[in-house]
Design a protein around this ligand. Structure first.
Ligand SMILES: [Zn+2]
Length: 395
């Protein structure tokens, strides 16, 4: 049974090789270029080359697919004997920016931790995937189903990589993405809709404000319109894992000069969404609230722009085999079922085109900070968990 084979293969996981691979990947600066062209320091393509090279050396069939020029997704396939099902171990290859983080690529290993940009978010999981594949190769273990290891571009911005994967058709039956959860099993997470609400008025000299329409005054109506929004959201039926949606006005701009009646004011707002909510449902709520608050004002003019951020929520059944397999792996390796919880951030998971769970080494508290690290024991434990799940699902 899976159990005995697991014992044999897990002994073959080469920790030092895995940690060396992690160090090598952190040293490849693959910051997300955001709106810039790929260039020095934005080397997703070199990360993809590194991953493709490792997977190919380990005997996988490797394919890269450019999502944008210089920004390829990578797929390595370990063909199973029967090919009846496929599991994908996926992770993004880009990292957050390193502004204000001079030691970002000064990779250090102390007290059992590895430090550097991308350590936990999420090159650690990529290293653990490599460790799994290498242990399978070194023990000559053949799987029945296909195991696909996938490196994804552009998670930190528009998720172009995972969107391309989902649009290409169903590549696998189930997936794991090793975003940092301290190895907790997360089948759901909230999404996000951010947008700008703009009020428009008419400029006038401030000595005769009655000749103008003050866009800041108009925005005050919008702000009041959302005054009890969070209370209302908290009063709705919670999602079992994600809880409640939330609303935050985050940035406001209006006016040019203090002696002018401002003709435009912009408020950027952030709405965390639950599974079941969409861009359309959120916009409908916004319009409804604003219209109610502005009722009876013929001069009230506003618009809501296209989303400035749009991240889908993820919500797969806790009964999905990939979820129960990771819980069983915890039970076997740590003697405890961790249950399921929500991931706190957005991820590629909802775009993949098949049920995908989040579970990976490191903590979201260290991601995107100027002191990013991962506990190396967690990286080794992640490899064992993934291996156990691979054997259970594809064995
Ligand atoms: Zn991440």
């Amino acid at each position: 049974m899976a159990g005995d084979r697991f014992e044999d293969v897990q002994k073959a996981i080469d920790r030092e090789w895995m940690f060396r691979s992690l160090r090598e990947m952190i040293l490849i600066r693959s910051e997300n270029p955001f709106d810039d062209a790929p260039a020095e320091g934005y080397r997703e393509t070199e990360m993809a080359g590194y991953l493709a090279g490792q997977l190919s050396t380990l005997g996988l069939e490797v394919e890269t697919r450019e999502v944008r020029p210089g920004r390829p997704n990578v797929f390595g396939r370990l063909k199973g004997k029967q090919g009846r099902s496929a599991l994908m171990l996926a992770g993004h290859m880009d990292t957050a920016r390193t502004t204000g983080y001079p030691e970002a690529y000064d990779v250090k290993e102390t007290n059992g931790r590895m430090y550097g940009r991308g350590a936990c978010d999420m090159k650690a999981a990529l290293a653990a995937y490599l460790g799994v594949v290498r242990a399978l190769r070194d023990t000559g273990m053949r799987l029945n189903g296909d195991l696909i290891v996938c490196g994804i571009v552009d998670e930190e911005y528009q998720m172009l990589g995972s969107k391309a994967i989902g649009q290409a058709g169903r590549m696998a039956d189930q997936g794991i993405i090793g975003e940092p959860t301290h190895l907790n099993v997360c089948p759901a997470n909230k999404g996000r809709v951010s947008t700008k609400i703009i009020t428009r008025g008419r400029a006038a000299h401030s000595s005769v404000p009655e000749k103008g329409i003050n866009a800041i005054d108009q925005m005050a109506k919008v702000i009041r319109a959302f005054g009890d929004y969070n209370r209302e959201l908290l009063g709705r039926t919670p999602h079992p894992l994600c809880g409640h949606g939330r609303f935050t006005p985050g940035v406001i701009h209006g006016g040019v000069q203090v002696n002018m009646v401002p003709d435009v004011c912009e408020l950027e707002v952030d709405r965390r969404t639950l599974p079941g909510e969409s861009r359309e449902s959120v916009y409908a709520e916004f319009h409804e609230r604003i219209r109610r608050a502005a009722e009876g004002d013929p001069d009230f003019v506003y618009e809501i722009t296209a989303p400035t951020w749009l991240i889908a929520p993820n919500d797969i059944s806790p009964e999905e085999p990939v979820v129960t397999a990771l819980r069983a792996a915890h039970q076997r390796i740590f003697g405890k079922d961790p249950g399921v919880e929500a991931f706190v951030a957005g991820s590629d998971a909802p775009y993949m085109g098949f049920p995908t769970v989040i579970c990976g080494p490191g903590g979201i508290a260290q991601a995107h900070t100027t002191c990013e690290f991962v506990d190396l024991q967690e990286v080794a434990d992640a490899a064992r968990l993934y291996l156990h799940a691979v054997l259970q699902l594809l064995g």
